[in-house]
Design a protein around this ligand. Structure first.
Ligand code: C2E
Ligand code: MG
Ligand code: MG
Length: 592
């Protein structure tokens, strides 16, 4: 393992030693012995020593501790240093003339001794050097601080070294950078894991080369996400270019691996290190689905949206408590009959925020998916929805299946199945009455585990609709084996098909695809009659969109139910009277 990374701080700097010693003569002697190889910090009292040490404990490689201090006993200083696991890793060598203090010092955690009067300078220097090396090696072994694939730091150690970096470069502006690979899971899926690993290794090497020049630090945080902390720079485009790799596979042309980069430039060093990288990640997300932009910079706009997001997170619990989240319902119509028939609805949440008014889920759902709050919110929405379906059944005598959205984060909930089951049972519903919309991207993430859960839900009697179909990057291969009862086309297909230059070919292909999977197709975002008619000709089964209605509050949505019931009663009566008529006709014919 290359040691140059571990000792990044010594490329042009010396390790730091804190010397706790009140006698000027001794101070001078130690200075004479060590100054050339180390940067020395002198503390004349125990209090001073502790203050210096705790204000930047990561910065010191060693403490040389005299036991006879004017204000306190050296052993008490030692105790305080060893009390905290974080600071206790800094080795302490005790310097004393009292032979019998040795055992006690060792028990408390000192690592070695230097007797007084001091031995030869060579001896002192050798002990100091060996202690530091040992402790660093031990650190390394204890930590497994590196990622085995790329040899870069792992997340935990990286953050620690960033803290050190800051100590050593207090006044140097620094950048936090996040890099990841566009559609890495596709690379893995298409070319295999070994190839994917190779890509990661190569990128790791490139990044290491880049920062080696200016003393930055690199880690692989997880999967294909890399973090870089380095002295502030301006040439991000060059950086990205240098980090990119071109790989060839046997018998194929070379392919360029596209990287995406988020930069939080000239970081605010008063905020948490993790938070600095969250900001860089926010910036990276702004170029997530862009083909033209590959670098996102954390700027004022992002900063404001971050503050806004924090506000929303803070307001969430009170709003749940006060039932400020409202479930709206948008009808879905079966368009196969000449006259479209209401066949279900989708429950869509809105936030009636005390200061901001109605907030759309497009704003808070992605945020709550990031921090897991979505689980709580969704459970609330499912409960409200189920209670509403029950109420309509009881009060209006009509049962309409309603679909709820299930976030991919919900799929991680180990109690998901029990929760769903409980909600249906508590409201005396049939499983068919609560449809579950799961987005396509959920399936691509950890497909095996998710498929298993979905299978279970289906075997209980739930119907599953795949939401936003066509937006993810799932392979056909995978989709054909998925447990699914309906496919909801991503709204973008309709949008794109009916732009100024109408081109419905792709839409047609997706519908055919759905057809081949033998799943009914639902189109959402249908706004015009033209769209409706085209979709019908193409074989789409169900339609949802402003053409029929926007999502409505429950009481307004009721009008659809009442109308449906009337229609059903009417057609029932018509059917009845038709049957009666034909019966009469038959009997008349029989008589004559
Ligand atoms: P989605 O599940 O794909 O829902 C469809 C979105 O399209 C809804 O946006 C709906 O209001 C909108 N829409 C429907 N018809 C039309 C139309 O004709 N034209 C246009 N322009 N838009 C139409 P909404 O309600 O803003 O929800 C956005 C997304 O937020 C939803 O997309 C869903 O992914 C998520 N969401 C909404 N409610 C919940 C919830 O309770 N839980 C979770 N996890 N996600 C939710
Ligand atoms: Mg949906
Ligand atoms: Mg959708």
């Amino acid at each position: 393992m290359p040691n140059s990374q571990l000792k990044f701080q010594t490329a042009n700097m010396k390790r730091r030693i804190l010397i706790v010693e009140d006698e000027p003569v001794n101070q001078e002697m130690l200075r004479f012995m060590l100054e050339e190889s180390y940067e020395l910090f002198m503390a004349g009292t125990g209090k001073e020593a502790l203050e210096m040490f705790f204000s930047e404990s990561d910065a010191f490689s060693l403490i040389l501790l005299d036991l006879n201090l004017p204000d306190m006993h050296g052993l008490d200083v030692l105790r305080q240093i060893k009390a905290d696991p974080q600071t206790s890793r800094v080795p302490v060598i005790v310097m004393t003339a009292e032979k019998n203090a040795e055992v006690e010092s060792l028990t408390i955690g000192a690592i070695d001794f230097i007797p007084k009067p001091y031995p030869q300078p060579k001896v002192v220097l050798a002990r100091v050097l060996r202690t530091i090396e040992l402790s660093e090696d031990q650190d390394l072994i204890r930590s497994t601080e590196r990622d085995t694939l790329t040899g870069l730091y792992n997340r935990e150690y990286f953050y620690r070294y960033v803290a050190q970096f800051d100590v050593y470069h207090k006044d140097l502006p620094a950048d936090a950078i996040v890099l990841d690979i566009n559609h890495f899971h596709m690379i893995n899926e298409r070319y295999g894991k070994a190839y994917g690993d190779d890509v990661l290794r190569r990128i790791g090497e490139k990044l290491r080369d880049i920062v080696r020049e200016d003393g930055g630090i690199v880690c692989r945080r997880e999967a294909d996400t890399f973090l870089v902390y380095c002295p502030h720079r301006e040439d991000y485009a060059v950086f990205l270019e240098n980090a990119s790799v071109t790989l060839s596979r046997k018998g194929r042309n070379e392919s360029r691996i596209r990287l995406r980069m988020g930069v939080y430039s000239d970081v605010d060093k008063t905020i948490d290190i993790e938070r600095r990288f969250d900001r860089a990640k926010l910036a990276a997300d702004t170029v997530k689905n862009s083909f033209t932009r590959t670098i996102g910079i954390y700027d004022k706009t992002l900063h404001e949206s971050e503050i806004f997001a924090e506000q929303l997170i803070e307001d969430f619990p009170a709003s749940i408590e006060e039932k400020r989240f409202k479930v709206f319902f948008q009808p879905k119509f079966d368009i196969r009959p000449e006259k479209p028939v209401l066949c279900s609805a989708e429950a869509l949440v809105r936030w009636n925020h005390p200061e901001l008014g109605m907030v759309s889920p497009g704003i808070f759902i992605p945020l709550f998916e990031k921090n897991g709050l979505v689980q709580e919110l969704d459970e609330y929405v499912w409960r409200e929805t189920a209670a509403q379906v029950r109420d309509w059944k009881e009060r209006l005598g009509i049962s309409l299946p309603v679909s709820v959205n299930v976030s991919r984060i919900d799929m991680d909930d180990p109690y998901l199945i029990e929760k769903m089951d409980g909600i249906v049972k508590e409201n005396g519903l049939d499983y068919k009455e609560l449809l579950l919309e799961i987005t396509e991207s959920a399936y691509t993430e950890d497909s095996e585990q998710i498929v298993e859960k979905v299978e279970k839900l289906r075997s209980m009697g739930f119907r599953i609709e795949m939401d936003d179909f066509g937006s993810g990057y799932s392979s056909l291969n995978m989709i054909s084996s998925l447990p699914i009862d309906a496919l909801k086309l991503d709204m973008q297909f309709i949008r794109n098909a009916f732009k100024e230059r109408k081109d419905t070919r792709l839409l047609g292909i997706v519908i055919q695809l759905a057809d081949a999977l033998e799943a009914p197709t639902i189109a959402e975002g249908v706004e015009t009659e033209e769209q409706l008619l085209t979709l019908r000709t193409m074989g789409c089964d169900i339609v949802q969109g402003y053409y029929f209605s926007k999502p409505l509050p429950a009481d307004e949505f009721e009008a659809f139910l009442v109308k449906k019931k009337e229609q059903e009663e009417k057609s029932f009566k018509e059917k009845e009277s038709k049957e009666k008529e034909s019966e009469e006709k038959e009997s008349e014919e029989g008589e004559s």
